[in-house]
Ligand binder design. Structure first.
Ligand code: BGC
Length: 749
């Protein structure tokens, strides 16, 4: 009797709720039950970060949130300012430039999984990230949110991030698709770029995220391409994304990126978010109804301009996203601020921090004439360490625009260093001098910074104090660089130049003169010019590393962790050494009326090291892929498993790597391919594979990297396709783009 009742109840489950049915069947069933109003409601926002589900059918509302370094604090329903809740703090993971600098895809997987668990707990179904816009100029205000200059590196790192995040049932929204490579005038920039550069440089990471990572969402960028906004761009969305890459998820507009109902309907936009409500209709009772994809769309359908065909297609994609996220039977609750997330943040930071320079310098503590590197700091032999700089005491998780977070904890560099030093030797004094005043702003969107940065003293007084303390110290560590304020590493604008701000150059010169045992830790997501570099023995790139900042940086400085990060971009010595600037191809040329600024990517495919290699002059301060260690590695001679290959074959290169120093550590073996003779001009070399290998002191291992036709192909504009042209190639193996150790020729038949 009981069994009959159950069977009866089971039989009544509608197909769209029946988990035993294929997803596509459930989607069609749900779609067939929906009214026009319900469909229209689905394709646009109802609040700053949410869009409605289908309440009548039991589909919950869809909550998105930034992204990409942690889960943004909740904001008020229709305001950007944080809602002031007490349960929305998060773990801040390292900024994506740091993740890219790990050159370790398993770190990206860990990142995605950890973030996914935080998002679940916070009730978010989509994280607005990761960002993979290519680092085209060191001025780019949001470079810190992206994965560097190289399409292959960014591709290999974005895929596991997306997979890790989505393994938790939280959708990724890869951004900002596409060509949003600088912030200045981002709503008005019309990018002009060759098809070849588009496909070889700017699209590969997006393509990998979609076709390999199977991302469920993508964000249309603010800027224009071929005079059409990218949130409803026919070529980027209909043709490339949906037709060529077979993307089956949702295109979300960047917040306010939708400008036209007609284009949005036809050109692939699925969810309109953030249209500037007040700008559209001041004082409207429900301004969301006025969105381009709200009442105006409904009206067009009513008037017969459109059938529901386009709308149904958008709704299908949204329903698919619901089944992948909110409607999953196995949806987990997640964890917030758990120990494992802090551990992940720490590990990623420690692997991403880059030792840029570490040269020997006089070491008076070891006797007359003695010399040693300043790093790792030899705490045991010291009495006093001086820390200088605002960035030693400034929270960097607050500010920078939409990626700003409310971190449950952020260990500041000074605190982290004090703890690390005292754990080694409790009686070493760690003194502090401010040195310079940068930005003392104490809050962003209502999230306040912990420590007061208020300072009354003049610049001269601050330098004097720092210099006199420096002369008394065994070593000096300065934390400087940029911060998350406007016109620095911050959304909305680019930097105005490459210089270190706030008089830091003068301070550095004075400090290193006072004490040659000087370390500069640069906190930023971008390269800065270093006119003093030849005088400074040690430089560390500390990025923005989030919650565990202080602990992570201190562990590298004190040698608890052997650095293994490698630069994901070329560190030019001056702006003019970067292609976009050398060719005066930034920020573009205003059209009459100042509505649109045309930015032509004149450097074409020659971005980053591709440009530097081609110029053969103006060596960068630090090359793409550069990063030192406290140990030394030696690479053997490269060998390959074949001398000739056909386009459908694969070829494997092998090299032995030996840790020739006395400390365990990791090295990144980098494989570049050079096309010896080609119908189209090609870069001198291009990264086509890499592998990070951990070796104990004295250990040797063989590292193998396999490539196929993709690694040999170029994009030919004239036939709009990839071509693997037969001929001779060279495989170059090394540990940085300017440190090629050996090479081998092979033939593509
Ligand atoms: C940013 C996006 C962000 C969105 C929501 C926009 O201004 O460009 O990256 O996800 O705001 O905060």
């Amino acid at each position: 009797m009981l069994a009959v009742t159950f069977r009866g109840a089971y039989a009544q489950i509608p197909v769209y709720l029946d988990e035993t049915k294929p997803m596509e069947q459930r989607i069609e069933d749900a779609l067939s039950r929906m009214t026009l109003d319900e469909k229209i409601a689905l394709v646009h926002a109802q609040s700053k970060f949410s869009s409605p589900g289908i309440k009548r059918l039991g589909f919950p509302d869809f909550w998105t949130d930034d992204g990409p370094h942690g889960v943004r604090p909740d904001v008020l329903w229709d305001e950007w300012v944080q809602a002031g809740q007490t349960n929305d703090s998060c773990v801040a993971f390292p900024a994506l430039t740091c993740l890219a600098a790990t050159w370790n895809p398993s770190m990206a997987r860990l990142y995605g999984e950890s973030l996914g668990e935080e998002a679940l707990y916070r009730g978010k179904s989509m994280i607005l990230g990761p960002g993979v816009n290519i680092y085209r100029t060191p001025l780019g205000g949001r470079n810190f949110e992206y994965m560097g200059e190289d399409p292959l590196l960014a591709s290999r790192m974005v895929v596991p991030y997306v997979q890790g995040l989505q393994s938790k049932g939280v959708a990724a929204c890869v951004k900002h698709y596409a060509l949003n490579n600088d912030e200045e005038y981002r709503h008005q920039v019309n990018v002009i770029v060759s098809d070849r550069a588009l496909h070889e440089i700017y699209l590969p990471a997006f393509k990998a995220a979609i076709t390999e990572g199977k991302a469920w969402g993508i964000m249309g960028a603010y800027n224009l391409y071929k005079n059409q906004h990218n949130s409803h761009n026919e070529i980027l969305l209909n043709k490339i994304l949906k037709e060529d890459w077979k993307f089956d998820g949702i295109v979300v507009s960047d917040w306010g990126g939708c400008h036209d109902t007609d284009e949005a309907v036809r050109n692939g936009l699925d969810l309109e978010m953030g249209t500037w409500t007040d700008g559209m209709v001041m004082n409207a009772t429900n301004a969301y109804d006025r969105y381009y994809m709200a009442l105006p769309y409904k009206q067009m359908i009513r008037q017969g301009k459109y059938t529901t065909a386009e709308l149904d297609e958008k709704v299908r994609r949204l329903l698919r996203t619901f089944y992948r996220t909110t409607m999953r039977a196995d949806r987990q609750v997640g964890f917030l601020c758990s120990e494992s997330h802090y551990e992940a943040a720490l590990k990623i930071a420690q692997e991403g921090i880059v030792l840029l320079k570490n040269e020997v310098v006089a070491d008076p503590s070891k006797g007359k004439g003695a010399k040693s590197t300043v790093l790792p700091v030899d705490v045991k032999g010291m009495k006093r360490i001086l820390v200088v700089g605002e960035n030693a005491i400034k929270m960097m998780t607050v500010g920078g625009g939409s990626s700003s977070l409310k971190a449950q904890k952020e260990i500041l560099p000074l605190d982290g260093l004090i703890a690390a030093v005292h754990a080694i030797q409790p009686n070493v004094e760690v003194d502090y001098a401010r040195g310079y005043v940068g930005d003392t702003i104490q809050s962003f969107d209502g999230v306040t910074v912990g420590r007061s940065l208020y300072e009354m003293r003049s610049a001269d007084e601050l330098i004097r104090e720092a210099v006199s303390k420096a002369a008394q110290a065994d070593c000096v560590i300065m934390f400087g660089g940029l911060n998350k304020s406007d016109y620095q590493d911050c959304e909305g604008h680019d930097r105005k130049d490459m210089n270190l701000p706030y008089g830091q150059n003068e301070l550095i010169e004075a400090l290193v003169k006072a004490n040659p045992r000087f370390v500069f830790v640069n906190i930023s997501g971008n390269a800065v010019s270093m006119p003093w570099l030849s005088k400074v023995p040690a430089v560390v790139q500390g990025w923005f590393v989030g919650s565990e900042s202080g602990e992570a940086i201190a562990s590298v400085l004190t040698g608890q962790v052997n650095p293994s990060g490698k630069l994901p971009f070329t560190w030019y010595s001056k702006l003019e050494d970067c292609g976009a600037h050398a060719l005066n191809a930034y920020p573009g040329v205003w059209r009459e009326g100042h509505d649109i600024i045309d930015e032509e990517y004149k450097e074409d495919i020659y971005v980053g090291y591709r440009w530097t290699d081609r110029q053969k002059k103006n060596k960068p301060l630090f090359a793409f892929g550069h990063g030192l260690s406290y140990t030394t590695f030696q690479l053997g001679k490269i060998s390959s498993d074949r001398q000739t290959m056909k386009a459908d074959d694969e070829i494997t290169f092998t090299v032995s790597v030996t840790n020739t120093g006395s400390k365990a550590g990791s090295e990144v073996v980098q494989l570049y391919i050079s096309d010896i003779k080609s119908s189209l001009p090609r870069p001198v070399k291009e990264l086509k594979g890499f592998s990070k290998v951990y070796l104990e002191a004295g250990e040797t291992r063989d590292v193998s990297i396999t490539i196929g036709r993709d690694a040999l192909s170029y994009y030919d504009d004239s036939i709009q396709d990839w071509v693997a042209e037969p001929g001779a190639f060279e495989a170059l193996i090394g540990t940085a783009s300017d440190k090629i150790i050996s090479k081998i020729r092979f033939i593509l038949e």
